[in-house]
Design a protein around this ligand. Structure first.
Ligand SMILES: NC(=O)C1=CN([C@@H]2O[C@H](COP(=O)(O)OP(=O)(O)OC[C@H]3O[C@@H](n4cnc5c(N)ncnc54)[C@H](O)[C@@H]3O)[C@@H](O)[C@H]2O)C=CC1
Ligand SMILES: O=C(O)CCC(=O)C(=O)O
Length: 451
């Protein structure tokens, strides 16, 4: 990197760190973006003068609140609730809600920051936001989850709305939680609107929203593979996670002819050398979505599989890796192991799953590597399609939604290629996604003045 560009990055980050002390995930997300954008911003002085990136890195609003609820023993429990309304330059704030014990402001700010660029890439009119709570749904009864969701929404409902801020699911928030939150929103506001996405099909949801993030990640990977005359057919795929994104990435990769050999959760991973086919995946979906069990039970049911306690799946030999669990789940050493084992494509289904050292290894070795903000954008894009269907008061068929999702993913890929191709022809999808995502938001902010 040239000296004056490095200085811009260093000064920018020094300011971010001073203004947001201790928020390491947020610093990490901003650093990656500033590194991509610095040359572009230095060539466009108006962006510097109008402090566009500085403003994008400061949330427009953060709401923090108490979430008191009663557990099944009748005792009061208290959690923290948050909504980070990051940027509304191109549309209402939009982004998921995460329930996980690790949730804090740093994590939600990094997610809301990433969401701003991701939503812009979808080409749909959605700003960036993210919310959540340090509530841990593991081991809680359905009634406890319902009481928690109702209390969370009792406060959140004042801050959201179909034209203001439209939350959805994320880690720990799936169809069950969206149902409880939507029910409480409707009850308190006395209105049936599209304020949440990820709703059930019979009450305003879009076909394919549950599938969209995993499917979209595979559609994006298909586009990357095609640039080298490759496809999923006959490839071995390692997937981490076993939740929503991992399940549907596994389903689509298998449908496209690949063999998926791993899934994981926070306790460990399973390796199935025969591949996780449709029947085995149906078992995983029941295990995780209904019985809320652990992935190790897979290896008890299918003796051909092995369970590795406390480990991540990146030492397994594969052609394609798809991290679909959580942030910073793939480090520099694991990236080197993947590369040494012949992995040539990494498509992120999770948000920021690769550490900066892992990303550097992928780029230095010229892998096909897509950051989550590009390859997992199919989820929020389909949420955008749900918002459109809600506004029009009609619903599209699964085929129509799938076709739109597919074409959005192709367009995001094309935008990354346009802005990320270097002089040697290698596509740096990190730069491509950051620059393409930034431009639309930046132009809107320039037009809207100092707000
Ligand atoms: N649900 C969606 O539509 C979208 C989700 N994402 C991202 O995809 C990732 C997964 O989200 P979902 O599948 O929706 O959540 P989920 O709650 O359905 O599944 C999360 C998975 O990650 C695993 N996990 C959580 N913490 C872990 C840890 N510390 N170590 C190892 N595994 C861990 C869980 O065991 C579970 O398998 C997250 O990064 C999320 O932000 C991104 C775009 C959209
Ligand atoms: O569907 C949405 O609104 C949000 C999805 C999400 O949280 C994400 O893209 O990370």
């Amino acid at each position: 990197m040239e000296k004056h560009v490095q200085k811009y990055v260093d000064d920018f980050m020094a300011d971010i760190i001073a203004r947001n002390p201790g928020e390491k995930e947020f610093h990490q997300a901003v650093h990656e973006v500033v590194e991509s954008l610095a040359p572009y911003i230095l060539e466009n002085p108006v962006l510097q003068k109008m402090k566009v990136l500085e403003r994008i890195a400061e949330p427009e609003r953060i709401v923090m609140f108490r979430v008191p609820w009663l557990n099944d023993k009748g005792e009061i429990e208290i959690n923290k609730g948050y909504r980070v309304e990051m940027n509304s330059a191109i549309g209402p704030y939009k982004g998921g809600i995460r329930f996980h014990s690790s949730v804090n402001l740093s994590i939600l700010k990094f997610l809301a920051f990433e969401q701003t660029f991701k939503n812009s890439l979808t080409t749909l009119p959605m700003g960036g936001g993210k919310g959540g709570s340090d509530f841990n749904p593991k081991g809680k009864s359905d009634n406890e989850v319902m009481r928690f969701c109702q209390s969370f929404m009792t406060e959140l409902q004042r801050h959201i709305g179909a034209n203001t801020d439209v939350p959805a699911g994320d880690i720990g928030v799936g169809g069950r939680e969206i149902g409880f939150m939507f029910g409480q929103y409707k009850r308190l506001r006395n209105e049936f609107t599209g304020t949440l996405t990820g709703k059930g099909l019979g009450w305003g949801g879009s076909p394919l929203r549950p599938e969209a993030t995993g499917y979209g990640t595979c559609y994006f990977a298909q586009e990357m593979l095609a640039t080298r005359g490759e496809s999923f057919k006959g490839k071995t795929v390692a997937i981490s996670g076993s939740g929503n994104v991992a399940q549907y990435a596994c389903e689509k990769a298998t449908q496209l002819g690949a063999k998926v050999v791993t899934l994981s959760d926070s306790s460990g991973y399973i390796y199935d050398p025969k591949g996780i086919d449709a029947d085995k995946l149906a078992y995983v979906m029941e295990l995780k979505n209904i019985f809320r069990g652990r992935i190790k039970e897979y290896a008890e049911k299918y003796p051909e599989a092995t369970y590795y306690e406390g480990q991540r799946p990146w030492s397994v030999k594969c052609d394609i890796a798809m991290p679909c669990a959580t942030q910073n789940e793939l480090n520099g050493d694991e990236a080197q192991t993947l590369i040494a084992n012949g992995c040539f494509c990494v498509a992120e289904g999770a948000n920021m799953p690769s550490t900066p050292e892992a990303i550097k290894a992928f780029l230095d070795n010229k892998l096909l590597y897509s950051p989550g903000k590009a390859s997992n954008a199919g989820g929020v894009a389909t949420s955008g399609l749900e918002m459109t269907q809600n506004s029009m008061r009609l619903s599209w068929s699964p085929q129509e939604v799938d076709q739109k999702l597919h074409s959005i993913m192709k367009d995001i890929h094309a935008a990354c290629v346009k802005y990320g191709t270097g002089p040697d022809g290698y596509v740096n999808y990190v730069n491509g996604a950051n620059i393409a995502g930034f431009m639309k938001v930046a132009n809107a902010m320039l037009a809207q003045g100092c707000v």
